[in-house]
Ligand binder design. Structure first.
Ligand code: TXA
Ligand code: MG
Length: 340
């Protein structure tokens, strides 16, 4: 869905000091697009009130217009600009988890352009836990609408280099920062229905949400066999690496034996095999845990693609904690899931 009239420009690389962040805020206030770091992944920011800038976000990413954006705040007080009302559950979760990787879907205020919510009466909002993101929003003096700063269909970027790979010449600036620590996107929780529903598993675990609200929270869509409608973004094609990714599920011993055997089988055919969460060179005990894998997941997928591997083998992780988000992304990225 590329906009043919989209202008190519050069993209400014900014540091994360206060003078540079102020400059980034001025760009946002003039209707420009700035990619900035958050604790989850890089966001592509535009002023929430500037319709022209919001249109450019969709064009730069090649994002379908019916996929709404998340609005980022530097302070929960800004909620009154963005949402119509704050239900009790939202208050509890904001007190406990903001700033943090939790986006809440709430009733939208009339002042928020329809483009942000893709015409829905609701809006997703979060306060990121990253000093640069907070300083940028604060300096802009306005909430910032920001999807992940990747081209649609690519993994979310966790480094400024990955932002540039996808969007160089399509956005005004990117703020150079260290790696995004969580590595997968925020959990999107819908609080506008009869019961809270997770629309997208992410950086904040389902267990912590359930503990805070004192109730079970279902997951939308097909994840875990659910049947509730998922968030609009979940219906789009998600990133799959150029090489087919084979996800192996089953008991630890069986899947490891299977992966090792499969790796040898492919290597004997002269194929270059990429191991996502275990390495044939290292003892199996050195496997990344779910949090480490989440932090590196998109980075590793991009790296394996650039290395030109022929096939990627990945092992199931437990769906405890952030593992639920990791498995959600692995399933979406996989060409085949083999149960052993
Ligand atoms: O961690 C994150 O959430 C990152 C950083 C930059 O904050 N942002 C991010 O945005 O992942 P994006 O645009 O890539 O994903 C937003 C997700 C999509 O699945 C979208 O459909 C859903 O949130 N969403 C946004 N507004 C919604 C709404 N009003 N109702 C339901 N789902 C919504
Ligand atoms: Mg995204």
């Amino acid at each position: 869905m590329d906009n043919p009239g989209f202008k190519i420009r050069s993209t400014l690389l900014l540091n994360e000091d206060s003078v540079s962040v102020k400059r980034a805020a001025e760009i946002i206030n003039r209707g420009g697009l700035v990619a900035f770091p958050t604790e989850t992944v890089y966001g592509l920011g535009a002023s929430v009130t500037n319709v022209r800038a919001l249109k450019k976000v969709f064009a730069a990413k090649g994002r379908p217009a019916d996929n709404p954006l998340i609005v980022h705040l530097s302070n929960p007080d800004q909620l009154k600009i963005v949402v119509h009302s704050v239900p009790v559950y939202a208050k509890i979760l904001i007190d406990r988890f903001w700033p943090g990787p939790l986006s809440l879907v709430l009733p939208k205020s009339e002042t928020i352009p329809d483009l942000v919510s893709a015409g829905l009466p609701t809006v997703a909002v979060r306060m990121p836990d990253h000093p640069v993101a907070l300083n940028l929003i604060e300096a802009a003096g306005v909430p910032i609408a920001a999807p992940s700063a990747n081209r649609s269909g690519m993994p979310s970027p966790t480094t400024f280099r990955h932002v540039l790979k996808d969007l160089s010449g399509r956005i005004d600036a990117v703020i150079k920062s260290s790696i995004c620590v969580i590595g997968v996107e925020s959990t999107v929780l819908d609080l506008t229905g009869e019961q809270p529903v997770i629309l997208r598993p992410g950086g904040l675990s389902r267990e912590l949400l359930e503990e805070a609200l004192g109730r079970a929270i279902p997951i939308a869509g097909k994840i875990e066999g659910g049947c509730l409608p998922a968030s609009p973004g979940m219906k789009y094609r998600h990133y799959s690496p150029n090489a087919p990714l084979i996800l192996v599920v089953g008991s630890t011993a069986r899947r490891r034996y299977f992966i090792e055997t499969l790796a040898v089988f492919y290597q004997r055919q002269g194929l270059l095999v990429g191991m996502l969460n275990l390495s044939s060179q290292q003892p199996l005990s050195k496997q990344l845990d779910s949090e480490q894998l989440a932090a590196k997941l998109y980075y590793l997928l991009r790296q394996l693609d650039s290395a030109g591997v022929d096939v990627i083998l990945a092992e199931e992780v437990s769906v405890k904690g952030i593992g639920l988000a990791v498995m959600n992304r692995l399933r979406k990225a996989s060409a085949r899931i083999i149960k052993v």
